[in-house]
Design a protein around this ligand. Structure first.
Ligand code: UDP
Ligand code: MG
Length: 315
């Protein structure tokens, strides 16, 4: 049977008891105004607070709200992937639980969708309530990523977006383990556009993205879409070998013209240490790629569902 649902909202939840009630209220008010049935899929990403109980209550009070409970904390990117596997709507909207992505912007996204766009992402024009560090590192990262990948990943775009069913089905075929969801969405192509919005401050609670998780996300972004780090090794190798060659010739010339040569053990030590460092860095980079290859060949599922009030969609 064809699903009646027109709009599916996918919202990952990790220890969000401080925002859940307000979120459900705002989203419920918002979907009342939409021109079609809507469902809201909360994905509990192994919360340790009362989030799951709240989700249960919300789902019991309003059947448009559903939840999927993952068996542990898998991380934001996997949580939204899980939610998208369960969404049955014609248009799927991914948003954060903390109301940093205002539901009202979704109206604009829906407008673009009706004009025929398959993916409409939110472009953060301003960010409120985020640290200077987060803002500058994010800005620098998005620009660097564009440079080192062949992908057309838009700048200052997070995971807040609307996706048409056809594009979602394409996305669901990509099951790689170290996921950088916004990169995957760029990779699948389709007709895409952005709507600008002001990123609000978190409604309540603290960020669930400490520096370690930010770094992991950034590494996934670069390594999943670029061979550039591997090429650094090749380029550095050429340059250093070239320099060594020139140095060798220089040494021979010095010898031939009988110039006085300083015993120079410091420069020797520096050269050896420098090369050692470069080799370790390059080994580390290769290790990162090999680790990822290992994760892929193990071929484990992306996540395990403990309980849910809705069905995973057939692929
Ligand atoms: N989140 C998650 N699993 C995690 C970390 C975060 O599902 O391991 C969810 C979180 O509940 C929120 C969204 O991902 O709905 C974005 O997290 P957050 O707002 O903390 O990130 P920030 O906006 O600070 O980058
Ligand atoms: Mg947030």
């Amino acid at each position: 049977m064809e699903s009646e649902v027109r709009y599916s909202f996918v919202i990952p939840i990790y220890n969000e008891e401080a925002t859940l009630q307000e979120l459900a209220r705002r989203v419920a008010d918002f979907i009342d105004t939409l021109d079609g049935q809507a469902e809201v899929i909360f994905v509990d990403d192994g919360s340790r607070d009362g989030s799951l109980d709240m989700m249960r209550e919300i789902a019991e009070a309003d059947p448009r709200f559903k939840y999927v409970e993952l068996s542990r904390n898998y991380g934001h990117q996997i949580a939204i992937t899980a939610g998208m596997d369960f969404a049955s709507g014609k248009a799927i909207i991914i948003m954060d639980a903390d109301l940093q992505d205002p539901p009202e912007v979704v109206l604009e996204m829906i407008g673009k969708w009706k004009e025929g766009y398959d993916i409409v992402y939110g472009v953060r024009e301003e960010r409120e309530g985020e640290t200077w560090f987060k803002r500058t590192t994010a800005t620098a990262f998005y620009r660097m990523l564009r440079k080192v990948t062949d992908l057309d990943v838009p700048v200052d775009v997070g995971d807040f977006r609307l996706v048409d069913r056809a594009a979602l089905d394409a996305f669901r075929a990509l099951r790689e383990k170290n996921r950088y969801v916004r990169g995957l969405f760029s990779w699948i192509g389709f007709k895409q556009t952005g709507v600008k919005y002001k990123r609000a401050a978190r409604f309540a609670g603290d960020t669930k993205y400490p520096l370690s998780k930010m770094l992991k996300l950034a590494t996934d972004g670069v390594l999943s879409f670029s061979m550039f780090p591997l090429r650094i090794a090749l380029n550095a190798g050429f340059w250093i070998a070239g320099l060594a060659f020139v140095g060798g010739i220089w040494a021979i010339v010095e010898k031939l013209i009988g110039a006085y040569v300083v015993p120079g053990w410091v420069s020797l030590l520096v050269a050896v240490a420098f090369l050692g460092g470069i080799q370790l860095i390059i080994l580390g980079i290769m290790g990162e790629y090999i680790g990822r290859i290992y994760e892929e060949v193990k071929n484990r599922p992306l996540y395990i569902v403990k309980s849910s009030t809705t069905q995973r969609q057939e692929q």
